[in-house]
Every structure is written in C-alpha cells, then in structure tokens.
Design a protein around this ligand. Structure first.
Ligand code: F6P
Length: 361
C-alpha cells in the first residue's frame, strides 16, 4: 500500500479499559509511519451496516487525550452478528455481504479489528466473503480467554479493580468477622477471579473450570476460625458451577438469561452450613469501565503499532499477541481455534494450591 492508503478500525464485543490507547496507537503509526488515512467505524459492524456507513475520520488531533480514557471512542456492540442480524420485528437476516460491500465502498485497504474470541470469529468469517477484507486483529477481553496471547487488552485493569475491591473488603470483613464474597466476571474462564484472588489475599477462589463442593468451601472457613481467623475473603467467578454442573442464571424481563447471582447463592449456603455472617459484593461492569492500567496502555500501544506494521507488510488474517514481553503474530484462526481457559497445570492454579487457597475441590 502506498502513501495514499486508507485503513479502517473498529472495536467489537464488550468494551474494556485500554481500547482508546490501541485506537490512538493505530492512528499515530498509520499517519506518522506511513502517511495513511484512518477511518474509525462506529459501533463495530453496525457502522458498516448503516447507510451511509457510520464512520469518523481519525486524525492525530482526534486522538489527543484519549490514552487514559476508558470505554471506546468508536462505540461497540456485543450482539447482532451480521450473519443473523435482528430486524425491527425481531426476525433475523444474513447481512454479511453488506458489511463487506461497505468496506469496499469506503475504499479501505485493510481493517484493524479490536475484539475478543466471539467478535474475531465473526469478523474473520466476514473477511473471507468475496471480494474479501484484509483483516488484522488486536485482542481485547477482560476475561483473557483468547489463545495466543498472555494478555488481552482490558484484563490487567480488570484484575487491578478486583484486587482493589478485595483490599477494601478485607478491612470491613475483619472488623465484622464476616465472610466477604466478591463476585467477578468470567463466564467460562476464571482468569480474573484467580489473578485478583491471589493478588488480593482471598482464601477461597471459585472458577468456572473447577466445579465447587460447598463442603470444601465451608471446611476452609472453619479451619480459619479454629486458627483464630474469624474473617475470610472469597472470590467467585460469575460462571462457577456446582458439582452437578449447574450455573446460576438470571431471567431477563425482555427475554433471555444472563449469568449472575452465584455469589448470593454461595453466601446463603455458607451462612447456613458454616454458621457465619456472610456478605456479597457483585463487581459487575466496574471491572470493564474507567481508567486503563499502565499495563493495558502499554500492550494496547504496542499492539496498535504492530498491527499497522503488519498491514504495511501485507500480512493479513493474523492477530497480534503478547508473549514473553514481546508482540508476536499468529493466524486469527489459531487464536480462536481453542478456548483459553485455565487448566490444572497453569502456574497460578499451582500457586493458589501452594498457598493453601481453597479452589472448591
Ligand atoms: O466477555 C466480557 C464480559 O465482560 C463477560 O465477562 C461478561 O459475562 C459479559 O461480558 C457481560 O456482558 P454484558 O456487557 O452484555 O452484560
């Protein structure tokens, strides 16, 4: 691509801290490094389905001051795949070809997509529809469940927020001799719960990968009581399952179900079985919002720069990843082929066990 190139950028899936830092880096590298134009696409693929496409030219001026801002200046969506796009009457339509047509109508030479596993799978499928789109991906997800990268944008901030919450819960737990449960996000992977739990000194950490036995949880609390420790901090991921493989879902008034409520259920079980006062804090979207950590700003900036360089090298259908303090490049297909959840060999699982933290088993 020569110095008349034009690239697009969008953010897709649930937002998180550090997205603006990545957008800013892409804009800087594209303009300073290559003299290209950058077109921001609003609200992920919805922006490409609008007529005319919903875009915003991204200049060096337009990204001034965005580095420390949470959210995404481009907006995002985490539902409404163009392959089954809901109409006003609720019926679903395949509008995938329109997305690719809009990309070409905008005269884009490549598209930088910042997303998690679900979004990247959809975008990759779109990119393969003839005449195709040149796609380069940047990983983001507070769940940190993408393969091929040790860190996705947003994870570091989420664990900082959850760790701070545990620090704050500790003093009140100790004062009242209570069990304090912190429910964190994590549908299928327990990275946030495990990392924040260890960093925040939790003695019970329940993750979706390990079904919990409430008797083991209560045994841990009793053991601490017998040692004169009347309070306990516990972290519970929202997608935790009991021994029968059941999760706790909330029924939505507009239809559908959403994970949530496991913390309250476990609190009730603990207060009955271990006879101890228990309280629950659900951290929710506080983990996704607000100021990005320094680590998230750093990896987002490194990812943004490398993503643009990949376009210059005409390396497409690939994702940047953070491995051993370096940006590595791998096929998107590889990053989404497997799900990046925790397994028993994970260093932090072993660390937790080494620290006698109860993992519910
Ligand atoms: O995938 C990121 C995530 O934050 C999950 O941890 C959580 O279950 C989900 O998104 C929440 O999505 P929503 O913003 O639609 O409530």
């Amino acid at each position: 691509m020569g110095d008349k190139g034009r690239i697009g950028i969008l953010t897709s899936g649930g937002d998180c801290a550090g997205l603006n830092a990545a957008i800013r880096a892409v804009v800087h590298r594209a303009i300073h490094g290559y003299g290209w134009e950058v077109m921001g696409i609003r609200n992920s693929t919805c922006g490409l389905l609008s007529s005319p496409p919903d875009t915003i030219p991204l200049t060096l001026e337009s990204v001034i001051g965005v580095l420390p801002l949470g959210g995404t200046m481009l907006g995002t969506i985490n539902r409404g795949s163009p392959f089954a796009f809901p109409d006003l009457d609720g019926s679903l339509h395949d509008r995938s070809a329109e997305v690719v047509a809009a990309y070409h109508q905008l005269g884009l030479s490549a598209l930088v997509a910042i997303g998690g596993d679900g979004s990247l799978a959809i975008l990759r499928k779109l990119a393969q529809i003839e005449p195709g789109m040149n796609l380069v991906a940047i990983p983001k997800t507070i769940d940190n469940d993408l393969c091929g990268t040790e860190l996705a944008i947003g994870f570091s901030t989420a664990i900082d927020v959850a760790t701070e919450a545990l620090d704050r819960l500790r003093s009140t737990a100790e004062s009242h001799r209570r069990v304090m449960i912190l429910e964190v996000m994590g549908r299928d992977a327990g990275h946030i719960a495990l990392s924040a739990g260890i960093a925040g000194g939790a003695k019970i950490i329940l993750i979706p990968e390990i079904p919990y036995d409430i008797e083991k949880v209560c045994a841990k609390i009793r053991d601490r009581q017998q040692r004169g420790l009347a309070y306990t901090l516990a972290v519970v991921a929202e997608g935790v399952q009991n021994l029968r493989g059941e999760t706790v879902m909330q029924q939505m008034s507009r239809g559908g179900q959403r994970l949530g409520g496991i913390g309250s259920l476990i609190a009730e079980q603990i207060s009955q079985l271990a006879d101890v006062e228990t309280r629950v804090t659900v951290l929710g979207h506080i983990q996704r919002g607000g100021t990005p950590s320094a680590t998230d700003r750093l990896i987002a900036t490194a990812f943004g720069v490398r993503a643009v360089d990949l376009i210059a090298e005409e390396q497409f259908d690939c994702m940047v990843g953070w491995c051993n303090h370096k940006v590595e490049v791998l096929p998107i297909a590889k990053a989404i082929a497997e799900y990046g959840c925790l397994d028993s060999t994970d260093t932090l699982i072993q660390t937790a066990r080494g620290m006698s933290i109860c993992l519910g088993d």
